[in-house]
Structure formats: C-alpha cells, structure tokens
Design a binder for this molecule. Structure first.
Ligand code: THU
Length: 142
C-alpha cells in the first residue's frame, strides 16, 4: 500500500480540520473532522452529524467514507481524524468496522487542535476483525 508523504499529510490534516468546522453537534458539542486520501490523490472529507434522535448520529469518519464511495472513490490510503481533545480521538468501534471493510489496513492519523498527532494502522486499531472472509467460509448456513 502506498504511504502518504509529509506534504500530503499536512494537507489532509488541514482538510479534516476544515471539515470539523461544519460538524453538526448541538447535543454533544463534540466536533470531529475526517479526511480520507486515495492513491490517486482524491480527498474526501466528513464531519459528525447529530440529530434529535441521537442514535442516528453519524460519525465524521463514516460521512467521509460514504461521500467517497458514493462519488466513486477507491484505493483508500490514509485517514485523518481530528477532534479538540488532549487524548487523541480514535475512530469509534462502529467506524472501525466500516473503515476496515471499505478501506482495509490503511494508516490512520489521529490529531488534535494543539497539533499533536499519532499514526496507527487499522490492523492495530482493529485486530482480529470480522469481515467478508468469514462469510466465504460459512458452511451450509443452517
Ligand atoms: N464521533 C465522531 O464523529 N468520530 C469519532 O471518532 C468519535 C465520535 C462523534 C459522534 C458524536 O457526534 C460525537 O462525536 C460524540 O460522540
């Protein structure tokens, strides 16, 4: 898998921070931004979007991925997640499942507004994932 360079990473972080500004988070006041880079150089961004029924909230990471997939994005290479926390915010469990399924073992940079960051691979964030390979090995189905 292609690795991001420093210039691309800085630009991707800026894109995620800009997306975070659009967060719709009136219930938690917790704004998150995400940006995903493809091997072809495409960038897709997302913010978290909350709503009055709470449970239908969508995280920034999934918004970015849904936007990417619905616009023909493929070959995902690197994801940035930004929130205003001292402990760097990682993708939630649901997002980890989705990122794994649609982007595989990509690198994820978690960063905050103070400029701290850490990069980790999905296989470290989400070890022993359930995915389609188990469905291929499902036996009789009863
Ligand atoms: N949230 C994200 O968008 N991404 C994460 O990685 C963690 C949580 C959102 C969901 C909700 O709108 C708010 O942050 C608080 O959980």
């Amino acid at each position: 898998m292609k690795e991001i360079n420093q210039h691309q990473l800085e630009a991707l972080i800026d894109s995620a921070k800009l997306a975070r500004e659009f967060a719709v988070a009136p219930f938690s006041n917790f704004k998150v931004g995400a940006a995903i880079l493809t091997e072809g150089g495409g960038v897709f961004t997302g913010c978290n979007i909350e709503n009055a029924s709470y449970g239908l909230t969508v995280c920034a990471e999934r918004v970015a991925l849904w936007k990417a997939l619905s616009e023909g994005g493929y070959g995902f290479m690197h994801l940035v997640v930004v929130a205003d926390t001292n402990d760097l915010t990682p993708p939630c469990g649901a997002c980890r499942q989705i990122i794994w399924e649609f982007a595989g073992d990509i690198s994820v940079t978690m960063t905050n507004l103070a400029g701290e960051s850490e990069t980790i691979r999905m296989s470290e964030l989400f070890p022993r994932a359930f995915d389609v390979k188990f469905l291929d090995d499902k036996g009789s189905g009863r």
